[in-house]
Design a protein. Structure first.
Length: 127
């Protein structure tokens, strides 16, 4: 009986620690939503423009031989333009999975995760 209680406490502790670490990771990200003044200022000063980032996104799909059109941009996260096709119209959230373009170097990569954020704009930026 004692062993069962200890196991339950350990499981509860692990769950709490997991939830706390997930929240802290999200808080550490520098998130700039599309449609804000901060977004406009960032884009104005970024070495890679929105148009260049859009073209890099399309080139990524082309290089991977994927027949996809560009995805909208709802957020800049940690100086990456995040083009995410995963938007739920019923719940106004965007999953931060998709093409991430470094606003300084133009490096393009596909990031896969399940983090969801609520955008300020319903449509996001697209060309």
């Amino acid at each position: 009986m004692e062993t069962l209680k200890i196991k339950n406490y350990i499981i509860i502790l692990l769950i709490v620690l997991t939830l706390v670490s997930y929240t802290q990771a999200e808080e550490k990200m520098k998130i700039i939503p599309y449609g804000t003044t901060e977004f406009k200022e960032f884009v104005k000063n970024a070495p890679i423009s929105l148009d260049e980032a859009w073209n890099l996104q399309l080139k990524y799909y082309e290089d991977k031989k994927e027949d996809k059109v560009g995805s909208p941009l709802f957020f800049i996260i940690d100086e990456y333009y995040v083009f995410s096709p995963y938007r739920n119209n019923k719940i106004p959230e965007v999953r931060l999975e998709g093409i991430w373009v470094d606003s300084k170097t133009g490096e393009t990569k596909y990031i896969q995760n399940n983090i969801k954020l609520k955008p300020k704009s319903q449509f996001g930026w697209s060309k």
